[in-house]
Design a protein around this ligand. Structure first.
Ligand code: ADP
Length: 261
């Protein structure tokens, strides 16, 4: 069997509760390499929790989460940091670091305690800032920049980590229109070049449709449906899950569905 036909991430019978509140129930899912996967669903449907389970931040009470066919619980933290990097929804950096220092933190899993940082570590960080258009404020401090600029810095840090899987939680919430699409294209490009898989939570269904090869629609902690944007974004599914009747139109240039309220 070709290595790429095996799932890179799988959830097998996964259930998770916070205290006694069930959040995800009996999730079975296989994600394959080469895909941009979008997770959508209403507030509280379990999207962020699913990301945290895949990255090993949370452990399910039932079932198994596997990355590269290994239970994430058995993967040491440093090794996990080379496999997955995460761009969180909101990131508060307590110490007022310079942007270039924050991006460089992506290299920490690779730095040998005896040899220290290397020239390639600096080059990779520089490239990540260049790709996300954050070089212009590399010398500024994190508390001096806007929300959108912070999101680009976090994406630069995550790319500098050179993961195989990049996970993002609503990475566009503070980005303006041009950066939304620009960053989406940078991520799609990274998927072609170096990443094995991107898994992103989306609030914005139109951007989810634009970016994703495959969409997972969550509803009250269960997978309502999974498929291409064309298969998932339709009036029936959205009405059932979001309890409102949206209108779906086809994008005039791209063959993807777009939602208007
Ligand atoms: P989504 O990302 O789809 O909005 P989440 O996965 O963040 O959903 O949350 C799912 C449910 O779990 C929500 O009801 C939320 O209130 C609850 N929840 C999330 N984080 C915690 C936590 N740390 N402690 C307790 N409950 C939580």
């Amino acid at each position: 069997m070709d290595i790429d036909s095996k799932p890179i991430v799988s959830l097998e019978g996964v259930s998770f509760s916070y205290n006694s509140q069930p959040v995800l129930q009996e999730i079975n899912l296989s994600l394959f390499p080469g895909k941009f996967i979008g997770i959508i669903g209403p507030n509280g449907s379990g999207k962020t929790t699913m990301l945290k389970l895949i990255s090993g931040i949370l452990t399910p009470q039932k079932g198994e989460v596997k990355v590269d066919n290994r239970n994430v619980r058995t993967i040491p933290r440093r090794e996990m940091a080379k496999i997955i990097s995460m761009v969180p929804q909101e990131s508060y950096v307590a110490y007022n670091y310079k942007i270039k220092e924050i991006v460089f933190m992506g290299r920490i899993p690779y730095i040998n305690q005896w040899k220290g940082e290397t020239i390639p570590d600096y080059q990779i960080s520089y490239d990540a800032m260049e790709r996300t258009d954050s070089l212009g404020y590399a010398e500024k401090r994190i508390h001096q920049i806007s929300g959108g600029e912070k999101q680009r810095v976090q994406i630069a840090r995550a790319l500098a980590q050179t993961p195989r899987i990049l996970m993002l939680d609503e990475f566009t919430s503070h980005l303006d229109l041009s950066y939304k699409y620009e960053i989406s294209k940078i991520l799609q490009d990274a998927l072609k070049k170096e990443l094995k898989c991107i898994i992103s939570v989306f609030h914005d269904l139109n951007l989810a449709s634009f970016c994703s090869d495959q969409l997972i629609l969550l509803n009250k902690g269960r997978i309502e449906t999974i498929g291409t944007p064309q298969e998932v974004i339709n009036e029936y599914n959205l009405k059932k899950v979001y309890r409102t009747k949206p209108y779906i139109i086809q994008h005039p240039e791209l063959s993807i569905p777009q939602v208007i309220m």
